[in-house]
Design a protein around this ligand. Structure first.
Ligand code: PMP
Length: 426
């Protein structure tokens, strides 16, 4: 029995499913999740001392690689002063100033401890600010696990949303409309009927939770126009894309300004941090300035702020994002060529350092239907063939992959060489 198999067996006794977050359980690809004991640069080391080239990056934060020295040093020095005070600290202002400098659509920002908290709070704020209850989200986008957001589409665009999970009251889900990503006509039609009741549109400006689906030209611009027309708050959920597809996130990459932005992952450098921010006029409605309540004992925790700020400062120093894009393109184009050589129906998407792999005979995948029509079994077989060769991809056909600054050309070439064998075995 491998170290991971033994640990997974033991974990299941007192942890539901043996994991503290479901995708980690390898349900989408089968087999035993790998238990890691260390990360260094682009690599992860498992409990049996096997080394992997990592394309998950802790689901996003390790944009500069694992154990990145400036982040580790910042945490070490903050550690000496204590773990938290539940009172204001200077570094929170430094962090807020930095976020507002990097993302000009953010004039004020509130720190939280996860992406879920960020999106949940931004939605409450949008509802409190507009005095409206309905919200619009898109099929295939994930915004964390709060009640209003765990809602799937009813049978038509304007039918009541249905809870995605037991425990979400239907009376709450009915305020959530789920529309089609990259289908502006669908949004216009819905708004013609109920636009004046919609508090906010929340969207992943590059969808990274149905694999990786970029916005079609005009989609984000169209959402901006519709929101302006109906007095609806536009929220970009940049928990995944923020500081990743470009330093200023997808809003800088596509040059579309949201009213509110939610952030997570990269902003904590690996520690639990999220944030939401935006126009001062809207953010002024948050307590204690305004009546919309939102709070957190651990919010702005000094260790987490130190890690995040060191990460943002490091990202501001170099031209990391150009090199992330170039590496993602090199990898995905290489994979497409190899797949074609082995006659495997396959295509890819990439934006900045985010990429998606699709086992499909379609030449491009632009929406939820296209993503869910892909061959998930072929992905599972490819995933395991790669894992056996020491390449750690996201263990689900519906998650984006991440490149870090630590990945070298040799790592990418080793990945392509492994893919050659994996595609051949399919
Ligand atoms: N929004 C997006 C776009 C995400 O990708 C995620 C997490 N994958 C979340 C929100 C939720 O973040 P967290 O897991 O930190 O609660």
């Amino acid at each position: 029995m491998s170290g991971s198999e033994a640990l997974f067996k033991a974990a299941q006794a007192h942890i539901p499913g043996g994991v503290n977050s479901p995708v980690r359980a390898f349900k989408g690809v089968g087999g035993t999740p790998v238990f890691f004991k260390k990360g260094e640069g682009a690599y992860l080391i498992d409990e049996d001392d096997k080394q992997y080239i990592d394309y998950v990056g802790s689901w996003g934060p390790m944009i500069l690689g694992h154990n990145f020295p400036p982040v580790m040093d910042a945490v070490r020095s903050a550690l000496d002063n204590g773990l938290g005070f539940g009172a204001p600290t200077a570094i929170e202002t430094e962090m807020a100033d930095k976020v507002c400098e990097i993302m000009p659509s953010i004039e004020m920002v509130r720190m939280v401890s996860s992406g879920t908290e960020a999106t949940m709070s931004a939605i409450r704020l949008a509802r409190g600010y507009t005095g409206r209850d309905k919200i619009v989200k898109f099929e295939g986008c994930y915004h964390g696990h709060s009640d209003s957001l765990l809602v799937k589409a009813g049978s038509g665009a304007l039918t009541l949303g249905e809870p995605n999970s037991p425990g979400v009251p239907a009376s709450l889900a009915e305020h959530t409309l789920t529309l089609e990503y990259n289908n502006l006509d669908n949004v216009r039609e819905a708004f013609t009927q109920v636009g004046e009741q919609v508090a906010c549109i929340i969207v992943e400006p590059v969808a990274g939770n149905m694999n990786c689906i970029p916005p079609q030209p005009g989609f984000l611009e169209g959402l901006r126009e519709i929101c302006d027309q109906y007095g609806t708050v536009l929220i970009f959920d940049e928990v995944m894309t923020g500081f990743r597809v470009a330093l200023g996130g997808a809003q800088a990459y596509y040059n579309v300004k949201p009213d509110l932005t939610t952030l997570g992952k990269v902003i904590g450098g690996g520690l639990p941090v999220g944030a939401f921010g935006g126009k001062k006029e809207i953010m002024s409605h948050i307590a204690p300035l305004g009546p919309v309540y939102q709070a957190g004992t651990l919010s702005g925790n000094p260790l987490a702020m130190s890690a995040g700020l060191a990460m943002l400062n490091s990202l501001c120093e170099g031209d990391v994002h150009e090199s992330l894009s170039a590496k993602a393109e090199y990898l995905t184009q290489g994979l497409e060529v190899i797949a074609a050589r082995h006659n495997v129906p396959f295509t890819t998407n990439c934006v900045g350092g985010m990429f998606g792999l699709f086992f499909t005979d379609k030449s491009e995948v632009t929406d939820f239907k296209g993503a869910t029509a892909c061959d998930t079994e072929a992905f599972g077989r490819f995933f395991h063939a790669m894992l056996d060769q020491g390449i750690y991809l996201a263990p689900s056909a519906f998650e984006a992959g991440f490149i870090s600054d630590a990945h070298t050309e040799a790592d990418l070439d080793a990945t392509l060489a492994a893919a050659d064998k994996a595609f051949a075995a399919l």
